[in-house]
Design a binder for this molecule. Structure first.
Ligand SMILES: C[S@@+](CC[C@H](N)C(=O)[O-])C[C@H]1O[C@@H](n2cnc3c(N)ncnc32)[C@H](O)[C@@H]1O
Length: 365
């Protein structure tokens, strides 16, 4: 454990925040060049590049998505509730200026089609997904952290950037990565990219619950969500096969071992468990190569280690549709980044890798 606390998050402001962090998914040696950010530790702290406001977070998540035209339009409509109202008003003003009736009714239904009207489907969908994000990250209840290195309290900045482990909430990836996952799922639906969605490494299931929530919000009953995990934590490092994992201590963290039953119950609690949520229980090396997956629109990797990352890429990358997204939650961790680069070099993949929040990155196939 002493050794485990040896390296600190580079993006957390070297020198400024000397608190040592354990060698787990959110705090080990980092890649230098991926846009690491200064993480404000105190709410009042004046930080130049810190993400202090919702607008900053959303703007970053959206910028990082290189949004298609349709999605930019969608993104306009998906700002958090407070911003949404004023943003939607400006959309309506433009519509009115263009001669569109502000209160036209849809032909099929009785929804008011004015964008600032509370029962407009887009507003309701946006509010549902905002609330889902807030609940899944624990921001809603100011869920305190329970990780071994931090103070046992709720720090909105840490939660925004997914740098702590919530005590009760269903995801540790934080608001920014969860918001960007949501937008990628929405982009897939709007751009009609074929395929299912998978997360390899789910912990309490929050990332997968968000993907399923997006499908539910858009009425997609066809796509499957694959939920892949050992459901008993990370493997011991196999340094003979994967040198980059030598000394890895993830397997020692019991907090990372969440049972399949608990994850299923979490889906149930959100009313999102059905036959299209498919659980792949076991080590990735055993489950992923034989998983009943034809095509993927979203491949989200969150297994922290070299082994877990390369095994998922080897088994699944060729199933990702053109236009689909590959998301690497732990790109800031050196072993994970190395696996990504080894894989991309072997397969001559050149699509640019884009940062999300100083920890996660992604590219589009
Ligand atoms: C950091 S957690 C994932 C966090 C999660 N995505 C979230 O939204 O909070 C890593 C997860 O990956 C799983 N895992 C890592 N390597 C694995 C492997 N080789 N096979 C199966 N599960 C693995 C662990 O059991 C753990 O649940």
């Amino acid at each position: 454990m002493v050794e485990a606390f040896a390296v600190q998050v580079r993006g957390a402001g070297q020198g400024a925040h000397p608190t040592p962090r354990p060698a787990h998914g959110r705090g080990r040696a980092t890649v230098d060049d991926v846009g690491a950010r200064h993480v404000p530790r105190h709410p009042g702290e004046n930080v130049e590049r810190g993400l202090q406001r919702d607008d900053d977070r959303v703007a970053l998540a959206l910028r990082s998505l290189s949004l298609s035209r349709t999605t930019s339009r969608l993104a306009e409509l998906l700002l958090p509730p407070d911003d949404a109202a004023c943003n939607l008003r400006s959309v309506e003003q433009r519509q009115t200026a263009a001669g569109t009736s502000a209160h036209s009714r849809s032909r099929e239904g009785s929804h008011c089609m004015s964008h600032d009207c509370i029962d407009h489907p887009t507003v309701l969908r946006s509010r549902y997904l905002n609330l889902l994000e807030s609940a899944l990250t624990g921001s809603l209840i100011r869920d305190p952290s329970m990780d071994p290195w931090g103070e046992k309290k709720y720090d909105p900045h840490m939660r925004t950037l997914g740098r702590d482990w919530p005590s009760f909430a269903q995801t540790m990836i934080g608001n920014t990565r969860l918001r960007s996952l949501r937008h990628m799922c929405e982009t897939v639906l709007i751009d009609n990219i074929p395929g299912d969605m998978i997360e390899t490494g789910v912990w309490r299931g929050g990332g997968c619950i968000m993907m399923k929530g997006v499908l539910a919000a858009y009425g997609d009953e066809r796509r499957k969500i694959f939920v892949a995990d050992s459901f008993c934590g990370l493997p011991k490092p196999d340094a003979e096969s994967y040198m980059a994992d030598a000394g890895d201590t993830h397997h020692t963290f019991k907090q990372l071992a969440i049972s399949c039953d608990e994850v299923k119950q979490n889906f149930r609690n959100y009313g999102l468990l059905d036959e299209n949520v498919v659980f792949l229980e076991g080590w990735f090396k055993d489950t992923l190569p034989v998983a009943p997956i034809k095509k993927l629109a979203i491949l989200r990797l969150d297994g922290d280690m070299y082994e877990s990352t390369i095994q998922a890429l080897d088994a699944l990358y060729h199933k990702v549709s053109a236009g689909g997204f590959v998301i690497v939650d732990d790109y800031q961790l050196k072993p994970c980044a190395q696996a990504v680069h080894d894989f991309r070099d072997t397969h001559a993949i050149t699509s640019p890798i884009l940062p999300i929040d100083g920890m996660g990155s992604w590219w589009r196939v």
